[in-house]
Design a protein around this ligand. Structure first.
Ligand code: HEC
Ligand code: HEC
Ligand code: HEC
Ligand code: HEC
Ligand code: HEC
Length: 367
């Protein structure tokens, strides 16, 4: 006991700058270096600073007044919302979904219209480890950290008109993955090599960490693992029939999920040797509209004012869909068929990578 106390004291001396109840990710990263590095690459770290979000926030202010921004900050800068930093003066307010927000969550309450996190900002950090001790902060085991519930306060949302804007949590809950015990973390925070605590600070700790990068719709690996497609063709006289079979094989929710402005787009192009060109397209998406049924094509509008779902062509978990396209092309003409799948992120994108990714391409030559 005495020895343990001495080691703890020695470690404290080696690590000099004490934490505050609300600290920047950089302060946590002094010890949790591998986790910091991976979190920095996540959409969570960029959720506040990204130009797409900032442009959208400006539109919310212009269209619905400055007070409407509070709605957005609750999820995109949850610590600004928690600490009342509406002037956004603190550094942590610009860190998006940062360490001290998630590790201050103690439980999630599902009683109200939206799931709500119970947050305690203090020097005690909650997490998945039982019997963990740290020289820098108190620790407390939390069962929500190993459950999908911790993601629900931000990935399930009904706006003031009552429209379910984000339904990722409930889509998951209704899927076979929930029944099989595969939570959000098993696909988005699986364990990878990395030290929980930098061995220079404390040797002998766990060498596996939960991936904090949260690969999702921006990850080529996730997209190609999940969305599979096959290209077939057949002939009936002068008619060339092209069939593309598209399936959602490994997402624990619809594809796309989340923001109603996300789209999965299938493009088919048919070019003949005698220079004739044909095209076809299918879009997998939700269309939401205002109370008059006018489609909404900006995120701020979808989050605040959308009142109706006008259409939904997304792929449910495990769903396979056959898309058929027919073109009049005489047999014997060399014809090149090409099908591509792209994921389209946001209409406010400024750069191509913010706008879309083409992740799958199939082609075939027929006569
Ligand atoms: C001086 C080093 C140091 C700093 C700085 C530090 N931690 Fe830790 N932390 C540790 C150690 C050591 C453990 C124990 C690891 C173990 O049990 O294997 C730990 C454990 C944790 C756990 C696991 C708790 C549990 O019960 O599951 C969480 C969560 C955590 N830290 C979050 C943070 C956050 C958030 C910050 C920044 C506000 C931070 N830490 C800053 C050293 C540090
Ligand atoms: C405090 C709110 C909050 C919590 C809690 C939260 N998220 Fe997020 N998450 C967001 C926001 C906001 C974005 C969108 C960021 C952006 O693109 O601007 C996001 C984006 C994502 C993405 C998309 C990444 C991509 O490639 O586009 C994934 C995956 C994700 N979150 C998974 C999770 C999982 C899993 C959990 C639970 C362990 C979780 N999130 C908890 C707010 C949250
Ligand atoms: C979106 C919420 C979220 C954010 C942001 C977040 N964490 Fe975590 N963290 C979790 C969850 C959930 C787990 C447990 C995952 C599991 O066990 O399945 C976890 C686990 C941990 C652990 C225990 C070791 C491990 O890898 O399981 C530590 C330490 C930790 N996080 C530190 C941090 C630090 C430091 C940051 C910021 C750089 C951070 N976390 C940001 C949700 C988050
Ligand atoms: C069985 C694996 C699996 C489970 C379980 C799972 N996801 Fe995903 N998720 C994926 C894959 C694969 C993608 C990439 C394809 C896509 O964007 O739809 C993805 C994408 C996402 C995205 C990005 C969507 C976008 O529009 O860019 C978010 C956000 C997300 N998941 C959140 C969650 C949350 C929250 C949970 C738990 C309630 C969860 N996921 C459970 C596999 C999973
Ligand atoms: C309940 C939590 C929540 C609220 C409230 C919220 N968002 Fe989001 N927002 C998210 C999540 C989660 C995503 C990512 C969904 C996905 O991956 O498909 C997101 C994505 C976005 C995106 C797309 C970012 C990108 O990189 O493509 C924009 C823009 C956006 N939100 C703007 C806003 C604005 C403006 C408001 C306020 C009017 C707002 N959001 C309110 C959770 C929220």
């Amino acid at each position: 006991m005495k020895l343990a106390a001495w080691i703890l004291l020695a470690a404290c001396t080696a690590w000099s700058s004490p934490l505050k109840p609300v600290s920047s990710a950089e302060a946590c990263g002094r010890c949790h270096r591998a986790i910091l590095q991976s979190w920095k690459l996540s959409a969570h770290a960029d959720a506040m600073e990204s130009s797409v979000f900032q442009d959208s926030l400006d539109l919310a202010e212009a269209d619905f007044g400055a007070a409407s921004q509070k709605i957005c900050l609750a999820c995109h800068s949850p610590l600004a919302a928690q600490t009342g930093d509406s002037a956004l003066l603190q550094k942590v307010s610009w860190e998006g979904i940062t360490c001290d927000y998630c590790h201050s969550i103690r439980s999630v309450d599902f009683a109200g219209p939206n799931p709500k996190a119970k947050v305690e900002l203090s020097l005690v950090k909650s997490g998945p480890l039982k019997n963990s001790t740290s020289m820098a902060h108190g620790t407390v085991f939390s069962s929500v950290h190993t459950s999908s519930e911790i993601c629900a306060p931000c990935h399930e949302y009904r706006n003031a008109t009552g429209l379910p804007v984000l339904t990722t949590y409930s889509e998951w809950k209704a899927s076979r993955y929930a029944k099989e015990g595969k939570n959000c973390q098993s696909c988005h925070m699986y364990r990878v090599a990395g030290d929980v605590v930098d061995p220079k600070i404390r040797a002998g700790g766990a060498e596996r960490v939960n991936l904090h990068q949260m690969p999702g719709g921006h990850s080529l690996e996730q997209l190609t693992r999940t969305i599979k497609a096959r290209l077939d063709s057949s002939r009936q006289g002068d008619q060339l029939k092209v069939t593309v079979t598209v399936s959602n094989q490994a997402a624990g929710h619809f594809v796309p999920t989340g923001s109603p402005l996300r789209q999965l787009v299938l493009d088919v192009r048919v070019d003949t040797a005698d220079s004739r060109h044909f095209a076809g397209e299918r879009t997998y998406r939700r269309v939401v509209g205002d109370q008059h049924g006018t489609p909404v094509n900006r995120e701020h509008f979808a989050f605040v004012k959308a009142a109706k779902t006008l259409g939904d062509t997304r792929l449910a978990p495990d769903e396979t869909r056959k898309e058929e396209f027919t073109y009049t092309i005489k047999p014997g003409v060399q014809t090149n068929i090409k099908a591509t799948l792209s994921y389209v992120y946001s209409p406010l994108a400024r750069t191509e990578s913010q706008q879309h990714t083409t992740f799958l391409s199939l082609s075939k030559i027929v006569y």
